[in-house]
Design a protein around this ligand. Structure first.
Ligand code: DX5
Ligand code: ZN
Length: 225
């Protein structure tokens, strides 16, 4: 089983949202990643449930909603009814992580937990039974186009090891930030099963569909580093 590619719409042409989503869908991207930012948990502000609804209407692929918002428990129903399939909350964004993750599953969605670069993998330990996805942030969240933090493959490997020990086969390990052809192989080899890519994919000189194919080929090829 190969890795899944999740284009981050943060770097797409928003005026052409439907067309961009269909292009990456038709190119074989398994998941569509939507970055929600509130100007508080992270400095940037992006999109909300209305855009998730528009994405949902444009694709049958898995809609993967990454909530970079403070106290995400306030908005879980909204994103669930907008059509998200996976809803990911940050460990650093709520004091009530257990409750938030339980709520996501109660809404019939897959629950994701995201860890900022400075948050240890062990932070997921107490809630590992409650998640379907562990998102290892490989940049400080807030903006597209940043460089992958060098330790990230090692952290992915650590996350994968914990997941395999406690929930073998039961939790996706997703990596997000600075992913491109230059590091896809080492991240996949470290145990990532979902690669999020924004600027490297939508910025591909031959277009987003070529971007999806390039990341996929790189992920299954030899490590160029
Ligand atoms: C970072 C977001 C990412 C990001 C990915 O805050 O969560 O999804 O937009 O973009 P690139 O691939 O450009 O780092
Ligand atoms: Zn993201």
């Amino acid at each position: 089983m190969g890795v899944k590619i999740a284009p981050s719409l943060l770097s797409c042409a928003f005026a052409e949202l439907g067309r961009e989503v269909r292009a990456v869908d038709e190119a074989g991207a398994e998941w569509i990643h939507v970055d929600v930012m509130d100007g508080r948990f992270v400095p940037n502000i992006t999109v909300g449930p209305l855009i998730v609804e528009a994405v949902r209407a444009s694709t049958e692929r898995v809609v993967d909603v990454h909530l970079m918002i403070d106290r995400p428990e306030r908005y879980l129903e909204d994103f669930a009814s907008a059509g998200a399939d996976v809803i990911t909350v940050h460990a650093e964004a709520t004091a009530h992580l257990h409750r938030a993750l339980a709520r996501i599953r109660a809404l019939g969605k897959r629950a994701g937990l995201a860890l900022n670069p400075a948050t240890p993998v062990a932070a997921a330990g107490e809630v590992l039974d409650q998640i379907d996805l562990l998102l290892v942030m490989s940049v400080d969240p807030g903006f597209g186009g940043q460089d992958l933090i060098a330790r990230s493959p090692e952290k992915v490997a650590h996350a994968r090891a914990m997941v395999e020990r406690r929930r073998p086969g039961g939790v996706e390990v997703e990596v997000d930030g600075g992913v491109g052809v230059q590091n896809a192989a080492s991240l996949a080899r470290a145990g990532a099963t979902v690669l999020v890519a924004g600027s490297s994919l939508f910025g591909h000189p031959e277009g987003a569909a070529a971007g999806v194919r390039a990341i996929r080929a790189a992920a299954s090829g030899p490590d160029p580093e």
